[in-house]
Design a protein around this ligand. Structure first.
Ligand code: ATP
Length: 225
């Protein structure tokens, strides 16, 4: 064995550096609440991800009504919510794409270019898994990216044959392997927060304090949807 061969075999014994796993958490976040933050924390505690990147949607393709805060306000509230969490970050990538629909695949392709040395994992609620076949370029999306599917209250996982009927066997297997059954569910929603604001009720149990203050100071969500 030459000296060069020895070096090569020595190098092949060194494990590749572990890639940082970034969980990409998309949503309307109108407003961000403790359910979102608790899920993100549970993900880190379960060692499913190293960092969580929150991405508020600009103009969500599935939710075109009932949004009362502007995209900029939703972004500001997210920044307030994560300010004491070192492993959380917020991206304005979709909010800045003014006027265009925010398709997940487009966002992930851009993020993959921005973070070439990280492993991106898209966070998907079990409710969204049932609707995933309607998403833009879903075949590409599932082929190219990794997922963590988290439980949602009252939503049962689809069977493999149901999912395969909609997305094909390969995607169905990949997605069902990505279900993180160990993650808890947190019974709070942005709809509930907005409804409480309409009624003039406190929201400091549902939202982080700076977010509740922001909403209060600006009188957000006072008018019914
Ligand atoms: P809305 O009530 O307006 O539909 P939401 O509370 O479901 O809003 P979204 O901004 O639509 O919040 O959700 C963003 C992501 O967070 C989605 O993937 C959704 O499944 C997830 N999510 C929402 N609420 C919770 C919760 N309580 N626990 C865990 N995940 C949640």
């Amino acid at each position: 064995m030459t000296d060069q061969d020895k070096n090569i075999s020595f190098l092949s014994d060194i494990p590749a550096p572990k890639m940082t796993r970034i969980a990409v958490f998309g949503g309307t976040f109108d407003p961000v609440h403790n359910g979102h933050l608790s899920l993100a924390s549970a993900l880190l505690e379960a060692d499913r991800a190293d960092e969580v990147l929150f991405i508020p949607a600009g103009r969500p393709p599935h939710k075109t009504q009932g949004t009362h805060a502007t995209p900029e306000q939703r972004l500001e509230m997210l920044n307030l919510a994560i300010e004491h969490h070192d492993a959380f970050a917020v991206s304005d990538i979709e909010v800045m794409r003014q006027g265009e629909p925010s398709y997940t695949i487009d966002t992930l392709i851009v993020l993959a270019e921005i973070y070439p040395d990280c492993q991106l994992q898209f966070l998907l609620g079990m409710d969204s898994l049932l609707e995933l076949h309607k998403w833009h370029r879903v075949g590409d999306l599932v082929r190219r990216f990794d997922f963590v599917v988290f439980p949602r209250p009252g939503v049962r996982p689809p069977t493999q044959s149901d999912l395969a009927g909609k997305l094909g066997v390969r995607s169905a297997v990949k997605l069902l392997d990505s279900v993180a059954t160990e993650l808890p569910v947190f019974p709070v929603s942005s709809t509930e927060v907005r409804a409480r604001c309409v009624k003039g009720l406190l929201i400091d149990e549902q939202c982080p304090v700076p977010v509740a203050q922001y909403i209060e100071e600006r009188g957000l969500y006072k008018a019914p949807a």
